[in-house]
Design a protein around this ligand. Sequence first.
Ligand SMILES: *[C@@H]1O[C@H](CO)[C@@H](O)[C@H](O)[C@H]1NC(C)=O
Ligand SMILES: *[C@@H]1O[C@H](CO)[C@@H](O)[C@H](O)[C@H]1NC(C)=O
Ligand SMILES: *[C@@H]1O[C@H](CO)[C@@H](O)[C@H](O)[C@H]1NC(C)=O
Ligand SMILES: *[C@@H]1O[C@H](CO)[C@@H](O)[C@H](O)[C@H]1NC(C)=O
Ligand SMILES: [Zn+2]
Length: 480
Amino acid sequence: MAQESGLYPLLFFFLLFLSSLCDCHLHPEAVNRAVSNQTGRRESHIVEEIAGYADVAKKIIDLAVSGAAQNRSYTRLADFTDTIGNRVSGSQNLDMAIKYMYNAMTQDGLDVHLEPVKIPHWVRGKESAEMIAPRAKNLAILGLGSSVGTPPEGIEAEVLVVKSFEELKRRASEAVGRIVVFNQPFVSYGETVAYREYGASEAAKVGAVATLIRSVTPFSINSPHTGWQDYQDGVKHIPTACITIEDAELMWRMAQRGLKIVVRLTMGAKTLPDADSFNTVAEIKGWQHPEQVVLLSGHLDSWDVGQGAMDDGGGAIISWEALSLIKELGLRPRRTLRAVLWSAEEQGGVGAQQYYDLHKVNMSNFDIVMESDMGTFAPVALQFAGSDAARKVMEEVVKLLAPINTTKLETHGEGTDISPWLQAGVPGASLHVADSRYFWFHHSEGDTMTVQDPRDMDLCSALWAVVAYVVADLQDMLPR
Ligand SMILES: *[C@@H]1O[C@H](CO)[C@@H](O)[C@H](O)[C@H]1NC(C)=O
Ligand SMILES: *[C@@H]1O[C@H](CO)[C@@H](O)[C@H](O)[C@H]1NC(C)=O
Ligand SMILES: *[C@@H]1O[C@H](CO)[C@@H](O)[C@H](O)[C@H]1NC(C)=O
Ligand SMILES: *[C@@H]1O[C@H](CO)[C@@H](O)[C@H](O)[C@H]1NC(C)=O
Ligand SMILES: [Zn+2]
């Protein structure tokens, strides 16, 4: 029978043992029935268990949205970003930001500690670009993270304007000794960012001396947007910067008319040895299973322009605020709530990868990992990645968000900093906000407090806190 059924061997042997006591006969179907009935009972039990959190969810929401904590996420974010400013990996500002958050979260009564990490240290230096022919015009630029600089006197060269990698390949012979300008249209961030990431190496392969890349944004008021770029191994490192949509289109139109365009690019960028930094961790220890963890997170570093309010000051602050709200209500869940403010996300999730490498030994104790890094505008839904069984549980959890109208559970939980955990099969969640303007401001001087709204942030914090608290307090961890 065991060989025939092949199912649920442990349960089967247990039932066999029982049957030996009661002298009844067990068929494989009976075993299956018993198992599916048990599953059914567990499911109806979990629905009731989670519905039992309606009152506490309402308390958290009221505190955040209309109670004593109203506007607090915004106020905290404004104080933080106005005081520190932007916080690029390796900078003194990032060190100050970590100290600031360590002190603020400690004063808030949370258990705070720092975990050392090594992070990239790229510095922009002075930079400028000007069109010399067919007429003189300054070009607004932002050098890209990890780019090399130019010689001190700059690089002056004729320009080749292309709209795609495919066009660059076709016109490879024209690229030799030129500055390649990419004027690719914005399709989506995920797709179009390939030009920022790989444009320099693709142009270097065909002999270009530098690249200027149209900023990866759907909207512009002559605003350049920076970001990380990746040199390919074995390909010459050439200087690379983003220009504005306006200037990319201008040069493309001029090229269409057959005009000769000459640009002088000067960049003082350089990469220094890796710097010492920290992931900042704040906790409320679980009363029953302190070793089991619900992790919520955002990144503390930003680019070296604007204030890093939206990317990702907001995500960091609501992860702190969620713990604050829970603590203020005198709540303490069964499992540990852990807010992690990552270091060096913008350089490719560098701090988060080191956290994963260190802590993956305890993988089975990570209940869910959450990340907010798409802005903290009006929340629309929770995005979730996990098994069907876990999704059933999460569908009940988001019903508790009825008071703020965000009861939708979507697929595609994601985030650079939590992706190693998701790939390893740990359930993950991310915040979906009404983000139509996110890439207008992303990685630019426009990422300031002016794009943030106090009420939207209250709603984000309420959602984040309810989900984290309830998952951390359920009888069982989420099924894998
Ligand atoms: C579940 O168990 C009940 C008896 O408790 C039985 O009547 C029912 O048929 C079982 N359901 C399934 C799906 O096996
Ligand atoms: C929150 O800000 C709004 C204006 O944005 C204001 O009307 C309200 O009084 C503030 N609430 C608190 C508690 O400060
Ligand atoms: C793993 O979990 C155990 C038990 O909670 C803890 O003592 C240990 O410090 C953890 N290790 C890491 C690297 O987090
Ligand atoms: C939720 O939707 C209802 C009905 O549309 C509305 O009255 C209420 O103000 C909304 N609540 C929030 C927090 O947006
Ligand atoms: Zn970010």
